[in-house]
Ligand binder design. Sequence first.
Ligand SMILES: [Zn+2]
Length: 809
Amino acid sequence: MNKALLVAVLAGCTAVVSSQPRADYPAAPVPFTDVHLSDSFWAPRLERNRSVTIPHNLAQLTESKRVENFDRAAAAMASGREGQFCSVFPFDDSDVYKAIEAASYALAIKPDPALDARIDELIAKVAKSQEPDGYLYTARTIGGPPPQPWVGSQRWSYLYLSHELYNVGHLYEAAAAHFQATGKRSLLDIAIKSADLVAKEFGPGKRTNPPGHQEIEIGLVKLYRVTGNAAYLDLAKFFIDVRGRTDARIPFELDGKTQLLYGEYAQDDKPFVEQTEAVGHAVRAGYLYAGAADVAALRQDKAYMAALERIWADVVGKKLYITGGIGAAGAWEGYGPAYRLPNASAYAETCANIATFLWNSRMQRLALDAKYADVMERILYNGVLSGLSLSGDRFFYPNPLASFGQHERTPWFTCACCPPNVARVLTSVPGYFYAASQDSVYVNLFAEGRAAMSPRGTKLELRQKTEYPWQGDILIEVDPERPVAFRLHVRIPGWARNQPVPSDLYRYIEPPAGVPVLRVNGSEVKPPVEKGYAVIDRTWKSGDKVELSLPMPIRRVVAHDAVEADRGRVAIERGPLVYCAEGPDNDGRAANLVLPDGAALAAEKRPDLLGGVVVIKGVGEAVAEKGGRVGSAPKPVTLIPYYAWANRGKAEMAVWLARDPSRARPAREPGLAAKAKVAASPKAAYPQRVNDQYDPESSDDGTGYMHWYPQKGNLAWVEYAFDAPVTVSESSVYWFDDTGGGSVRVPASWRLLYKDGQEWKPVVLKEQPGVARDRWNTVTFAPLTTSALRLEIQAQKDWSVGVHEWSIR
Ligand SMILES: [Zn+2]
């Protein structure tokens, strides 16, 4: 929208605009409305978002009855009769808000009257569902029994779990985006009415318990920026400050106990400014840190900044997947212990990756340090993009770094936070490219396109010409309306400076060949590099050209030795992209591939493959069992960008490849177990994985496993039945145990049974039946002929059990 319209609209707000120059980030993002990408990588993705992903999400929101909840809330108010919430979770409202936000960015990129009308219609429904005093939460306005027992029916009750403040946080973000994109106040007015009510109810001397799931903090700051109403900023700060503060909280009942805090899961174990590590649910954490960065900037709060620095160092130093994935532990969708980064069972929820991307973009503007943009770029090109299929209508919730063929994207989820989240972030990507202050412009990301900004009040267009991320040559044309002096900060990516991440968590085996070269108007320059940016300080005039040549060698990455899952393994990168081996390019296999350090690798352009990619090819080795012996043989290996995996059906995939044959998982010949029919009781998850012939590397490595979670302390069995009797004399079990990431532990005890006619009899074992972690537990016995064998397993009290693999001979 134009500036005059913005001023006019702002004048209509109940704004309390201070006359003091207000504190803020030292650099502001150049808004998505002022950045236009025309490249072959992002532009088609933005268009697919507009034409496929957003309509797909809107259709799913209707089909899953999330939209109908708003109608039912309106009907309940109009009739005075209670209705029934008709989707599954009380946070389903938020998915509608996120979809509106995504659509708003799309409308700013390209006018689309049909989409505009559709969004107006949705907003009208939201307006009708809002109670007269501003309360907005369909689960309670509809009345009737709550959708989940943990919601309660009183306003502002069960704040730990209700998500009512989380929902409106997404509403505020959507309202700011919709207003910015269209100039319409329809959603903004709803948001203001809601936020005014929340501000009336919450704060010092009022209700003091924060939301269990953060998000409202980010939303309130956006609303503050649009309206100038400082009460919203104060409230955002209040919600952060009361976390972990026992002296400021009202007791509540949970699990039959009176409690004050929500604990580590919700980053509510200690006051925010005393927190030192990233813990708990990773989406909550990411939104908290992003909101805290906003408050740190707007209040110049040094204690907030110090906490953010400490937590960031913990994440980037100990808990970040090479793909930018966040959160190793599926059990609480969150951070695990330091260096625990299993690959196949990596959670790395699309939303957690997005939240951490949003946080890092704020950190970049807070500290004006390119190391944050390095992390931002890594997450965006790898961990965020992998959340969406190339077709634009399939989604990943977790984003694992290895697969044994069990993973595929799906059109929607019962808990559907990720699909609209990935849509809103990808559609707003232009807004993350540049930041600017009075006398400085920061180029953080690279793609062909143009951007408008005004250093020292002079209108300026910056144009990038590049084939990034496939090539490293970037031409930046600087076009001010009249000559103007400012500092152009061009990010020299860490990956081009021998530093994959700003910590010792990952390193290149050898410094990559080549150094970045910078030219201004054709002449090579060596400007100072400050905090990862080459700083070119000069008076710029129309026609000035900056050329950045980033070498694009293929780089071999290894992880810190403390990361057990990656020991003896190598990952491959080129430019900002992390690569992986996937079955369709490698005769169906990935887990058994070896990439020795000396193997030559070459990049090859493949415009025909996966929407157009550069693949990496070389000759490695494959490890396989033949005639009962395991050996390796030379094997051509092809790697694709990680973001593009799982677009050709279910298949094996590996980001981390073995550096020598001892670290590869052999492709096994089908053994006796593979011929068995598997049954389990009580009902177990994935029983067919118990004989999938993959050797686990550890009890926690995430190779396909079966388990009885959430049943705990129970007696269970898994059975192998054969069409014709077999003779066996040995049984080996590899127990699943995800200590540090979940609730499954090795069993208390177990025994082996065999079928004798219709009767089950215990097998007389020569050894004690073992319950060791991280290795096979083998027992032998006198050969017996039987039609079926059973493992009878007693779980430990309060823990679940699971089996990675059960082999027999
Ligand atoms: Zn999600």
